[in-house]
Design a protein around this ligand. Sequence first.
Ligand code: HEC
Ligand code: HEC
Length: 459
Amino acid sequence: MKKIYIVFGIAVFVLAFSMCHKAADFPDSGYDERMSGGEATVLDESSKAFTIAINGLSARDARVHDIGDQTFDQAFVAPPSPIFTGLGPVYNNISCVNCHRNDGEGIPTAGFSNSGLLFRISQPGTDAHGGPLAVPEYGGQIQDQAVLGAKPEANINIAYTDMPVTYPDGTVVTLRKPNYTLQNMYLPITGSYMLSPRLAPPMVGLGLLENVPEQTILSFVDAGDTNGDGITGKANYVYDVYTKKQEIGKFGLKANTPTLLTQIATAYQQDMGVTSYVQPVESAYGQQQMHGVAGDAHPELADSLLNYVLYYVKTLAVPARRDVTDADVKTGQLIFNQINCSGCHRPTMRTGVDVTMPEISNQRIQPFTDLLLHDMGEGLADNRPDFLATGTEWRTQPLWGIGLLQKTTGTAYYLHDGRARTLEEAILWHDGEAKKSKQQFLQLSSGERAKLLKFLGSL
Ligand code: HEC
Ligand code: HEC
């Protein structure tokens, strides 16, 4: 039996190796700085750059990817419609793509068909698995839409106030500080509650990130801050509803979800009200609005479709970097490392070995994240813990593809709730463990700042 595995292993290795040569676009694959996703990189800088399948999929796999793609774009409807049914009774949006525009990020509005901002809600305390404590009649997320016969749980009012920041050189940048309030609640909430705003992030390189070994992520932790750079970092450990185990969290803006399967099934369940074999119970189960609908009725989404969407997300390519030989971009990269942005936005790492998916296996990638949680200060705090993540902690947002966000999504918004309208605003919000970095950024000349931003634009 072992021999078969070895032979199979060698075959996969040879296959993977031969595919290196297929990617002839890259003269020195492995160390070509453009190849942010290793072999899973695509040379495309169009508005569709986030939506392209990785190279080398077999005809059958490419077909599965395509069905997953169509399902990702598919608008769901309320029962009793026979196909793509099961929307609601309460939900946030009717398709994945409505929030993750062009596989990119969402728009920070609430209540419109293209809104990609949603709000988690919980009470003080934790549930049986150490996760956020659900609010009776609301659950863990505000669903601001409902099918006929049900009521949206609440609406969100979003108000911004100007917050000017002045550089030592006199330049002023005005940040907008959001204030979120619940209104039109369908039932009163007794006691206090905590809200966490979350904007749909881009779908870049998620299969690769899932493949980064736990040990690699843990090697980035510097719990006692032994090197004195002010950065510690912490892994989140979260309960997986599917495996029923505590696992390291990689996905979600607080690393609050362990796997893509659970992330996607929970999106169907929470964001769209569509149940599946992984999340078989409606988000509204137990609420007065369920009108006696059983919680364990057979899943609304076919098992195969959930698996196809998972495969689609896993096999989306990472867009290649641009302008890597540009002198300003290179200087910007040096500054990025000098002022220790790289202390959290880790430039390179290697994915683990996965013989079932050689395309994303053992790749040298440049995601510019450590997948760890960091205290980002009071200004960015949602003050709502999520498993081990405190109210000030967020997962380092990967920066690959960020230079194409404007093009792929029309208007780019940054940070967990889209409050930042430019990369510069996003940096100026950094605080907490990133305080030293931010202060050094403020001290840069306007020319140096421009080069750093140009470097980010090349990612
Ligand atoms: C209402 C808007 C909305 C809809 C609809 C939606 N998402 Fe998301 N998505 C989000 C938000 C917000 C997050 C961040 C969640 C968090 O922090 O827990 C997210 C996170 C993700 C992630 C993890 C990304 C990362 O970087 O960690 C994946 C994968 C994902 N969504 C896939 C999907 C799929 C597939 C669908 C359709 C079934 C979908 N989403 C539907 C808003 C949405
Ligand atoms: C202590 C860790 C840490 C350091 C140091 C750090 N960042 Fe971040 N960065 C984060 C985290 C965490 C987020 C997500 C914060 C949020 O969404 O509220 C983030 C978000 C960003 C974003 C927005 C990404 C997006 O898609 O919305 C940009 C741009 C960024 N960082 C650039 C930088 C630059 C440039 C530096 C150096 C001046 C830097 N960061 C230093 C942790 C860090």
